[in-house]
Design a protein around this ligand. Sequence first.
Ligand code: TYM
Length: 349
Amino acid sequence: MAEFPQRVFSGMQPTSTLHLGNYLGALTNWVAMQESYDCVYCVVDMHAITVWQDPAELTRAIREVTAAYLAAGVDPKKSIIFNQSQVAQHAELAWVFNCVARLGWLNRMTQFKEKAGKDRENASVGLYAYPNLMAADILLYKATHVPVGEDQKQHLELARDIAQKFNNDFAEQIAARGLGTGELGFFPQPEPMIQGPAPRVMSLRDGTKKMSKSDASDYSRINLTDDAETIAQKVRKAKTDPEALPSEEKGLEGRPEAENLVGIYAGLSGESRAQVLGQFGGGQFSAFKAALVDLAVAKLAPIAGEMRRLLADPSHIDGILGQGAERAAEIAAPIMRDVKDVVGFVRAR
Ligand code: TYM
């Protein structure tokens, strides 16, 4: 049976500084996947402006997120790194998908409801259509694997629905032009890859809330730009419960803060949660936290240092993004031309 060639696509929004959730939920998996896949990693600046961004701050954040990718180990020789707005086909395909996706599908998106809150009438149209642009990002490269944190699962399901509807709606044209991959259609069904021991990193202040850049308390998250002293302080202050750590994973049930810190330790050390509990189970939080401080500082402080070094030379970063955009467009342009033919648009040949 025909198969789509394997390709990875993922992205992060340049809206303020990246945090440990972004790192463990996504970035560490991106780095690992470079070894076995053809990878495209995007700084999704067009997604960022679905809520107001100060222009100068946006420019800074695009470079900072790029620096974080590089400092964490994404290698521009192995992978394509670029910012979304430099490859115009993202916007073009998103428009086609605005006309494929149904209002009912978007109405179910929980992230829109959370972000728009009570003032829904005042949210931008872009925030509402955001998942269609995300589907375009992925399918513009016919990506088959998408490494993300758990919070992106619903958006990935929508991307799969859009791919399927496009394949069905235009099945005749796709077949007539020989543009399908066997029975599978024009677009693949992208697989979410929600992996590792920390696919959902929670706030350090409240183990029932996701770690997020929008939390008012900076003590709720570890930022990738934090220095060693700040990281240590945040771990020491992290909320815990009075019990000792359990020796087995099932003992973490109903103990969200303990579960979160064990997941963070496992994510940073590359071990499983069971291995971490094998080492620390039965002991008090104080000893575990001391080990977590050492581990977090050893892993994260060098990333912050490397980001600072890279950010001192913005033109180097802009060069990497520019070259990445050229390579991305080489893949995207022929796929977008095929989409236009399938839809029935006329173009110069
Ligand atoms: P964004 O920018 O909110 O987050 C970037 C990545 O970090 C993951 N993440 C987390 N993982 C674990 N625990 C957390 N607390 C946590 N917070 C964030 C996210 O799951 C994500 O993988 N819509 C996307 C960006 C995007 C995209 C795409 C992703 C646009 N187009 C195409 C994949 C493919 C977003 O807002 O991610």
